[in-house]
Design a protein around this ligand. Structure first.
Ligand code: IMP
Ligand code: ZN
Length: 372
């Protein structure tokens, strides 16, 4: 049987102009960047780094087969990656490579997030870490990579109040001195940390104009925590897997999210591999799409979960039987959810309008004269 001309396929998803709003830099590291590190390590014959790279490679092999893992396994893998990305040079290199890879997947606007780290043995401080990320972004600009990139420093839930405060202060400082730092992310292993204590800091950041992207409801049993975080309120929600009653959440959480119209960043493969959802069909994207709620398809950690944004769009389309027009609407709708400001939104809308014609998508619901 011939495939329907209007069926969503990988090529269509690759050609689609896209916005990526939920990408952790170190979780996005690709096998080719890891390979570069391996080559460098070979020359210095550092055995522990070599062993760590092998462990990351073993994880990738399981994930490539789409074998379901545990959330603990995911967080162990982040730790392994941190062990090999331990100086500012490596941070700039990963940032540069990640941007280039998103750009070649058709991402026109990218918000990267990353947790500033200190590493005394390599002279790295949180400030130098952010500088290294900025350098990676600037090098991409100098090389003419055609993707607008913004940055959100991340607070890890396990940070002390003092450390989290340092991240907020740095974020505010970089927001004032560059146009790149537009918000803050709250992430980290959801099994740990007292987020209640972080709320005044997050509120302070928001009052000073930083946008907040907050991971919440990643698993069941954290309704009270979600209630506290939604009270801030965040400007976007990461995952929100278990906000709704059918997934162990509460109706009042859903009502708050709907009332405040807080977009949700949806990361299908991440949730499947990490075991947060049972199957693609049971992913909460369906629940929120049925409500016409703003949902943005994202990758989370394209390296750790062996995916890319085009594949995530395709997975959503295949799972929920979305038409080319539905998929287009999702990518276009993501523009409304960026933290980069109204001028950039306008610029992106112009790009989307041009790409729509190139893709042969005419009036709404019509592709090359065929009704979808
Ligand atoms: P980095 O901040 O660039 O080092 O990226 C990796 C970090 O992102 C991890 O150590 C976690 O703190 C965070 N992260 C990545 N994916 C997730 C997720 O699904 N939930 C919570 N935190 C995450
Ligand atoms: Zn995340």
């Amino acid at each position: 049987m011939m495939a329907s001309p209007s069926k969503v396929d990988l090529e269509y998803c690759q050609q689609l102009p896209k916005v990526e709003l939920h990408a952790h830099i170190n979780g996005s590291i690709s096998p080719s960047t890891l390979q570069k590190l391996a080559v460098k390590t070979n020359s210095s014959s550092d055995k522990s780094v070599k062993e760590t790279l092998n462990e990351i490679h073993r994880w990738r092999t399981l994930v490539e087969k789409r074998e379901r893992q545990t959330m603990n396994g995911c967080f162990q893998t982040f730790k392994l990656i941190h062990r090999v990305i331990k100086d500012v040079k490596a941070v700039s290199m990963v940032t540069y490579d990640v941007i280039k890879e998103f750009a070649s997947d058709g991402v026109k606007y990218l918000e990267l997030r990353s947790t500033p780290r200190d590493d005394a043995t390599n002279g790295m401080t949180k400030r130098l870490y952010i500088d290294a990320v900025m350098k990676g972004i600037e090098l991409c600009e100098l090389d003419g990579i055609d993707t607008i990139v913004k940055f959100l420093p991340s607070i890890d839930r396990r940070m002390s109040l003092e450390e989290a405060g340092e991240v907020v202060s740095l974020a505010l400082e970089y927001q004032a001195s560059t146009d790149k730092c537009v918000g803050l992310d709250l992430s980290g292993d959801p099994q740990f940390g007292d987020v209640k204590a972080l709320v005044p800091l997050l509120q302070r950041a928001r009052n000073h104009g930083l946008k907040l992207a907050i991971h919440t409801a990643e698993h069941q049993g954290c309704n009270e925590e979600s209630r506290i975080l939604l009270g801030i309120p965040p400007d976007r929600i990461g995952h929100g897997t278990c906000l709704h009653p059918e997934a162990g959440g509460d109706q009042d959480l859903v009502d708050t999210v709907v009332r405040s119209n807080i977009p949700i960043e949806m990361c299908l493969t991440s949730n499947l591999i990490g075991g947060a959802v049972e199957s693609p069909a049971s992913h909460h994207l369906k629940y929120w799409m049925n409500k016409n709620h703003p949902c943005v398809i994202c990758t989370d950690d394209k390296g750790v979960f062996s995916t890319n944004l085009s594949e995530e769009y395709l997975l959503a389309a295949d799972t929920f039987n979305l038409s080319r027009h539905d998929v287009w609407d999702m990518s276009e709708g993501a523009v409304d959810c960026i933290f980069g400001g109204e001028t950039i939104k306008g610029l992106l809308r112009t790009i989307w309008a041009k790409e729509k014609i190139k893709l042969g998508l005419g009036e709404a619901g019509v592709l090359n004269g065929e009704s979808l």
